[in-house]
Design a binder for this molecule. Structure first.
Ligand code: DOR
Ligand code: ZN
Length: 423
């Protein structure tokens, strides 16, 4: 295939790649014809190819929650949004806390996912069950929620350390969270202090040799503290675009955990975006009728897989990020944290997964065009400059200019545990 590729050192270059079994077999600089290859797919005219985006935090739901989303609709949304690999969360129904449910989840992913996939497992009661789950192909680590903090025991930590597995945490201290708050005030009920308070535990876990990733940080204080104790971090586009004022105005559409913060906190996080390791979607779809319930009853979560990368490209056009930052936040950071190697580079042996973007194309967010089952969004009507034109996974054209093509053949992410690293 012929690509215009954003090279980390050389800038934008034209390159010819021969892809075999999903890997780059041969690379030549410039656009050349190769004698034993009969078709040359020319993707140079449509945009710039970036190393494929990896979304390390997504809720594909499925199993008994398939009315909200399933592994097919969620990964079609991801591919529409330029995401070449997703990592699914365990708070499904049933929850992925046993080998039996995990195997069911992995079967559904193998059958339905259109991009490559990994899974974070939930906390089981026994450390042995955790060890068994972590040894299964496609499992990238353990995810814990506020309700799990008290259940995490030394034996679990020991298994994480011994197997060099990543611990992803939802940092909100359960003792500092109040439920049932009105729209616009959730940032008071679930304060920044609740995020910060968790980091003292995290510090001890890291001290015991466990690798920790703090997901969806909402503010600079949590970010800086997490960095200082050696955790890796991500945030999501909604913490860079939306504030507690949007929660007042949009109600449930903007209800999310941790909650949206006041505008000054959002502005401050935008200034510190360079200190983050990654962006993730925290794509959290709910059925549209659930998002229409009264504010205090409705479920929290924003579905953004269809547009998260485009929102990031828009930040490039607003002068807040460089295109290199997009690669760092959506490819290099997640790869490093998860221990994924060679994802979307162009040398021999690299995994041929690329996200092709058109930085200048403009569109208005219209949730009815989402491939996610959740067709409501707090971003509806937002003008965005920067679009995804193609999603290539291991050499397969999954998505190109509004159409889906080769949907079969997705694989479980292979992670090198000893190479997962904190910054
Ligand atoms: O708002 C959220 N929704 N935060 C979470 O931590 C979970 C997620 C969900 O699964 O809906
Ligand atoms: Zn989540």
């Amino acid at each position: 295939m012929w690509l215009r590729f954003l090279h980390p050192h050389l800038g934008i270059i034209e390159v010819t790649l021969v892809v075999e079994n999903g890997l780059v077999r041969e690379r030549r600089l410039g656009l050349t014809r190769i004698h034993d290859v009969d078709s040359h797919l020319d993707l140079t005219g449509i945009g710039i190819a970036l190393p494929g985006a990896i979304d390390m935090h997504t809720h594909l739901r499925g199993l008994n929650l398939s009315r909200k989303e399933d592994e097919r609709s969620g990964t079609l949304a991801a591919a529409h949004g330029g995401i070449t690999a997703v990592v699914d969360m365990p708070n499904t129904s049933p929850e992925v806390r046993t080998v039996t449910v995990l195997r069911e989840k992995l079967r559904a992913l193998a059958e339905k996912s259109v991009v490559d996939y990994g899974v974070f497992v939930g906390l089981p009661s026994s450390a042995e069950e955790l060890r068994r789950m972590l040894s299964i192909e496609g499992v990238v680590g353990l995810k814990i929620y506020p309700t799990d903090f008290r259940q995490l025991r030394n034996e679990h930590l020991e298994v994480l350390r011994e197997t060099s597995s990543l611990l992803m945490i939802h940092a909100e201290h359960p003792d500092l969270i109040r439920e049932r708050c009105s729209a616009g005030t959730r940032h008071v009920c679930r304060p920044i202090e609740a995020e910060v308070a968790v980091l003292s535990y995290v510090k001890q876990w890291i001290g015991r040799g466990v690798r920790v990733h703090v997901t969806h940080v909402t503010n600079s204080a949590t970010l800086m503290l997490a960095k200082s104790i050696g955790a890796s971090t991500d945030t999501c586009p909604h913490y860079l675009y939306l504030s507690s004022e949007d929660e007042s105005e949009l109600g449930c559409l903007a209800k999310v955990n941790p909650p949206l913060r006041p505008k000054n906190v959002v502005e401050d996080l935008l200034v510190n975006v360079k200190h983050l390791d990654a962006l993730s979607t925290d794509h959290a779809p709910h059925a549209p009728q659930e998002k229409c319930l009264d504010f205090e009853e409705c479920p929290s979560g924003i579905a953004s897989a269809d547009i998260a990368l485009q929102l990031t490209l828009n930040l490039v056009n607003r002068g807040i990020l460089l295109l290199d930052d997009v690669v760092r936040l959506w490819n290099e950071g997640p790869s490093r944290a998860l221990g994924v190697r060679g994802w979307g580079c162009i040398g021999e042996g690299c995994v041929a997964s690329y996200t092709i973007v058109n930085l200048k194309r403009k569109f208005v967010v219209d949730p009815s065009t989402f491939y996610s089952k959740c067709k409501v969004s707090p971003y509806a009507g937002l003008r965005v400059e920067g679009d995804v034109v193609a999603t290539i996974v291991r050499g397969r054209i999954v998505y190109l200019e509004g159409e889906f093509y080769e949907l079969k053949g997705s694989r479980a992410l292979s992670v090198k545990r000893d190479e997962q690293s904190n910054p």
